[in-house]
Every structure is written in C-alpha cells, then in structure tokens.
Write a protein that binds this ligand. Structure first.
Ligand code: AMP
Length: 270
C-alpha cells in the first residue's frame, strides 16, 4: 500500500493506471468504510482510499474541530486490506484553484440535511468534484448511509465526469445502529439510546400499511420519540428514494432521520 501525501505523489502513482476504484472518506475507518473498500477491490484493478476531513462541508467550526481523527490507526487497518493507495491530501492540494462558478443546490433539493446544514452539500459536491478530477476513477464507492449525499453527488458528477458512482448498503451494528465515525463521540448510554430509537422506528416502518398516511404518522412519532428519549429530532420523514420527494407509497420509499444526542448529530435512513 503506497501512501500518497500530495498531488505529485498522486499523479505519479496513477500515471497510466486504468480501472481505478475510489473510496472517499474522512477517516476513522470502520466496517462501513470497509464494505465500500471490499467492493472496490472486487470490481476494480486498483483501489485508492482518500482520507480528507473537508473543512468546507462543515457548517459549524466546532463540529469540524471535534470531528474524530485517527489517521495512524486508519493506516494500520488499511494496510491489512491490500488496497493500492491511500491519499492524504492537504487543504492546498484540494483547493489549489478557485472554481469559476459557485456550486448551487436546486431549491427543490433544499430538504432534509440541506435545509438544516447550510452550505454542507455545496462543500461536499465541491470536494467530490475536485477529488474526481484529480483521481479520474472508473468507479466511486459511496454509502447509502448518507443517502442525500449519494443522491446529490451522483446528480452533479453525472453531468461533469465519466466516473460512475456505486451506492453501497448501510452497515449496522448488531443493535441496528448504523456505523459512523461520529459514534466515537458518543458515550455508552448514548449509544444504547440511539440503538433503541432506531429499533423503535424500524418497528414502526414494519407496521406501515398501504393506506396509511406515513408522514402524518411520523409527525406524531417525532414528538413522541423526542420526549421518550429526550433527543432533538431535526427531521423524520418518509421519502421516495428516486427523487427524495415526500412519499405516500411504500414502494421505493424510506424513513429519513436526523437527530441530536446532546451535541452529536446523527443521520440514518431505512
Ligand atoms: P465518511 O468518512 O463518514 O465521510 O464516509 C465515507 C463514505 O463511507 C461515505 O460514502 C459514507 O456514506 C460511507 N459510510 C459511512 N458509514 C457507512 C455505513 N455504516 N455503511 C456503509 N457506508 C458507510
């Protein structure tokens, strides 16, 4: 496994290399990331994993500061996987040029996280556009855990790059909690609470019947669960996974959720 510390290392390593699979991450590697990496190893000749905590996608300075960073341990985990390259760019490597036009999210897509985290997806799309331009991968592997991110990045990259985005399913703990680097910021009690909340919602979804008004049910559930678990639920909505519109059909639809456990914000969809 070669460690690429800047764009010169990157260009040298990828010179004349084809069929590259790319897994973008912000580090603190967990089994969710590993599932994307394994998929890339299976489908591509070469696999590159990037570790870059992208400042422009944090709408809150403190959140950026507190984001878990475990680069040494990440390298130990990645070395065991037989990936070809780990790319650790600096801020200057990524933001070496000013983009001619600003990235803008359509009004109709200012929903879910885009509504509550101003500028977040603009930052994600910007960094993904830059990384894709630098690496020029055949395939990019991204998790459904961050479904709206997958949806918006795919939409943008389709128009500007030839790389194909592969959506990969969410990996969960036995207690149903989705793996996330942010889970490292939670206490044991908070982790148990999060698991109970998710299980509760998964059970509600199982009981949904064709003719129910799903978003109405979730409106009342949001109030009930906020009280029951003493959490701040930012949104709890049933949406169509093809266009992210509010849904009144069971088919192709999922529950989308964002909530705060004290100061830690978690998202999920199922
Ligand atoms: P992050 O390091 O949190 O930016 O995540 C990097 C990539 O891993 C993104 O495409 C995420 O959607 C994906 N990912 C994060 N958690 C999970 C999970 N539990 N299951 C599957 N993919 C995940």
């Amino acid at each position: 496994m070669k460690i690429l510390l800047n764009n010169d290392d990157l260009n040298e390593a990828l010179y004349n290399v084809r069929n590259v699979g790319f897994v973008p991450t912000m580090g603190s590697i967990h089994r969710g990331h590993l599932s994307l990496i394994k998929r890339s190893l299976n489908e591509c000749n070469r696999t590159i994993v990037s570790i870059f905590v992208n400042p422009t996608q944090f709408n809150n300075k403190n959140d950026f500061k507190k984001y878990p960073r475990n680069f040494k341990n990440d390298l130990i985990i990645l070395k065991k996987l037989k990936i070809d390259f780990v790319y650790f760019p600096s801020i200057n490597d990524i933001y070496s040029y000013k983009r001619p036009t600003k990235i803008k999210i359509d009004k109709k897509n200012i929903i879910l996280c885009a509504k509550f985290r101003k500028g977040h997806f603009e930052g994600v799309i910007d960094v993904m556009d830059r990384l894709t331009g630098l690496i020029r991968p055949k395939k990019i592997f991204m998790g459904e855990k961050d479904y709206q991110q997958l949806y918006l990045v795919r939409k943008y990259l389709k128009k500007h790059h030839i790389s194909k985005i592969i959506g990969c399913k969410t990996i969960r703990e036995k207690n149903k909690l989705a793996l996330s680097s942010r889970n490292l910021l939670l206490s044991k009690t908070q982790l148990i609470k999060a698991s109970k909340l998710i299980k509760n919602l998964m059970n509600i979804k199982k009981k949904f019947k064709k003719k129910d008004n799903f978003n109405n049910i979730l409106y009342y559930k949001k109030k009930e669960l906020s009280k029951l678990y003493n959490v701040k639920i930012e949104y709890l909505e049933f949406r169509n996974i093809k266009n992210l519109k509010l849904s009144n059909k069971l088919k192709n639809s999922k529950i989308f959720l964002a909530y705060y456990l004290d100061k830690v914000r978690l998202i999920d969809n199922f």
